[in-house]
Design a protein around this ligand. Sequence first.
Ligand code: ADP
Ligand code: NI
Length: 217
Amino acid sequence: MNKVKIIERIAEKVKKDLENEGSGHDWWHVYRVWNMARRIAKEESADTFIVELAALLHDIGDWKFHHGNDTIGPRMARRILSKQGITEEMIDHVCEIIQTAPFKGAGVRTKMRTLEGKVVQDADRLDAIGAIGIARAFAYGGSKNRPIYNPNQKPTFHRTKEEYLKTESPTINHFFEKLLLLKNRMNTKTARKIAEKRHRFMEIYLERFFMEWKGNL
Ligand code: ADP
Ligand code: NI
């Protein structure tokens, strides 16, 4: 089994599949998550092969775009992985990570069992915060025709994934419903440190947003 070749082949395939995605789930999101996951894996001594595979395949068949069905992604990943001469045990591990990784609402627990899963979930969540996270939130909101902000609509705490999926709230609410919660939900020490800085940047951004909204700046 040539691990380097397998990673290369899968990266090529995912790149082709996600190239023209316009909601912030494009290939470059996967590329950043892959990169960050590798960095965290090294510092946390996780199995990089599993981490890289799961990072590359984590957004294939995203559950939000399949009416909340979170089994499609893992199934697509399994089909791709089964052609690569990887052990069944490794395939199961990667698919478990892909199924558990996504955020499904503030009150929905998505606990990762393995260190490799924790690393991939952290890398994915780091890409949802900070300067990049802000850009992705508005890109996603735009793709769903959401307003940027409406002071009459207050943020909600979503207890189920169905509720989270149905939300039509303005994008600024998403900061309070998800993005600002992520810092305290990082699994690894390495990611927590990176998250602190990205979190601070979002706070500063929001302060300015509201000052400008009121015409005070
Ligand atoms: P991930 O790829 O990290 O699992 P998601 O698939 O949940 O994240 O979302 C992809 C991107 O779109 C993230 O940056 C996320 O914050 C953003 N996003 C998801 N839901 C909303 C929403 N309701 N409003 C604005 N942005 C959203
Ligand atoms: Ni992702």
